[in-house]
Design a binder for this molecule. Structure first.
Ligand code: NAD
Length: 441
């Protein structure tokens, strides 16, 4: 199949590279000329494990290319995927569809021959209808079908998720579109991945419902963690105990400082807004948003309490900036919020992240923080150490060395990387999530 991928961000680049790896002919289009030039030189603008090799091998095989020329790419394609951003609209929390609509208009003018236009971006219910209206209005003669194909990949495990998904959701009632998308995903259906065909609006709602459900699961265990702390229980064990029940499942039950990232916050907010537009109140999802916002502020207060009641002029080390490990994505990262809060409180903050330092510097989101070259360097003379992202290398840090470098051995572990008992034995004041506080034995 000949595929044009409009938008070469996290989703567009990974989807494009994986489709090329399936054997399709893929052209990735982006408005950002610098990004396209860098990709053409083989430079990958994001950190995602395995992505550089995947892109390089498919460029070399002649199946993957990058361009700013949308019209030429669309004109030759059997399927055009829209994978542009749908951020929260400033002020009201609705999904901002301006990029999707602009892409649809540009695509309309360039269509030639039967083409399936597929929304891969996460979009509110009814967006497919609007994309269809825009395209038919701009180009009434176009032979086109509009489908929805939401993406469920996770950053940090994106290639694996794309190549071995739990399911593929395809929303369209057009037979020709079903056939084209069936062919696009044939390598996956051959390996028994379920292709779920449904109508367009249902496909759009499946994506939001999935993200809202996962955000709810995280928020649920976070609240149970607060209770566990008070009653002297261990939330990790609670999560294990309930997660072994197949009806519940063990994933997304890791208590932490609240969810962040490029999808859950904006998508839960957008789902609440979609429901309000239809006079439906999603009380559970609204509560999830409220609890999560409150939790982020509560984390800052907990760090301050753990650091002796005030952090003004104190030296803090914060490990982790990305919203989760194995990515350099800082969008709505709880770690960034925490660093910003500590700076506001007057702390001297030294930060380290294995992959997200450059983006944090560029974004200027935490001006005033000092950037260390390693986790150990960050802990030098620290009066408290805060773990904000669970990068595996932080779990493997030599704690004896860390203790030797710190002025006071206080650790606030927002990701439960360490065993409390061991931390007490090592001589730390150790605070974690949903588990007993430990003082040096
Ligand atoms: P992103 O911001 O990383 O990338 C979007 C890209 O689209 C940018 O490079 C931008 O320059 C480009 N673009 C915008 N308008 C364009 C146009 N008219 N023509 C060509 N290029 C254009 O976004 P992302 O994280 O890849 O997310 C894309 C969509 O996928 C969103 O709706 C998001 O919710 C959804 N999604 C994201 C993830 C994730 O983990 N990031 C997972 C599943 C779904």
């Amino acid at each position: 199949m000949r595929i044009a991928m409009i938008g070469t961000g996290y989703v567009g680049l990974i989807s494009g590279a994986c489709f090329a790896d399936f054997g399709h002919q893929v052209i990735c289009v982006d408005k950002d000329a610098d990004k396209v030039a860098a990709l053409t030189r083989g430079e990958i603008p994001i950190f995602e494990p395995g992505l550089d090799a995947l892109v390089a091998s498919n460029i070399a095989a002649g199946r993957l290319a990058f361009t700013t020329d949308l019209a030429a790419s669309v004109g030759k394609a059997d399927a055009v995927f829209i994978a542009v951003g749908t951020p929260s609209r400033r002020g009201d929390g609705h999904a901002d569809l301006s990029y999707v609509h602009a892409a649809a208009r540009e695509i309309a003018a360039a269509l030639a021959g039967f083409t399936v236009v597929v929304t891969k971006s996460t979009v509110p219910v009814g967006t497919g209808d609007e994309v269809e209206r825009l395209i038919r209005e701009a180009n009434p003669a176009a032979d086109v079908a509009i489908a929805s194909n939401p993406e469920f990949l996770r950053e940090g495990a994106a290639i694996r998720d794309f190549k071995f998904p739990d399911r593929i959701v395809i929303g369209t009632s057009d037979e020709r579109a079903r056939k084209v998308l069936g062919d696009v995903y044939r390598p996956l259906s051959l390996s028994q991945v379920p292709l779920m065909f449904t109508d367009r609006r249902t496909a759009e709602l499946i994506k939001y419902a999935a993200n809202a459900f996962l955000a709810t699961k995280i928020t649920f265990i976070n609240e149970i963690a607060d209770l566990a702390e008070r009653v002297g229980a261990d939330v990790q064990e609670v999560a294990r105990g309930i997660g072994m029940d197949n009806r519940i499942g063990s994933k997304f039950l890791h208590a932490g400082p609240g969810f962040g990232g490029s999808c859950f916050p904006k998508d839960t907010r957008a789902l609440v807004k979609i429901a309000q537009d239809y006079d439906v109140q999603l009380r559970i999802v609204e509560a999830v948003l409220g609890v999560n916002d409150h939790r982020k502020r509560a984390m800052a207060r907990k760090v301050i309490a753990a650091s002796g009641g005030a952090v003004r002029a104190k030296t803090l080390a914060i490990l982790g900036l990305a919203f989760k490990p194995n990515t350099d994505d800082l969008r709505s990262s709880v770690a960034i919020d925490l660093v910003a809060d500590m700076l506001k409180e007057g702390a001297q903050v030294t930060v380290y992240d294995p992959k997200a330092m450059e983006k944090a510097r560029e974004a200027n989101a935490i001006a005033g923080a000092t950037f260390a070259n390693s986790a150990l360097e960050a802990t030098q003379s620290a009066e408290a150490l805060i773990i904000a992202t669970e990068w595996p290398e932080f779990a493997n840090v030599d704690l004896e060395v860390v203790k030797g470098k710190m002025t006071t051995p206080i650790i606030f572990d927002g990701r439960n990387l360490f065993d409390p008992e061991t931390m007490g034995k090592l001589g730390f004041h150790y605070h974690s999530i949903g588990r007993a506080r430990v003082t040096p034995h």
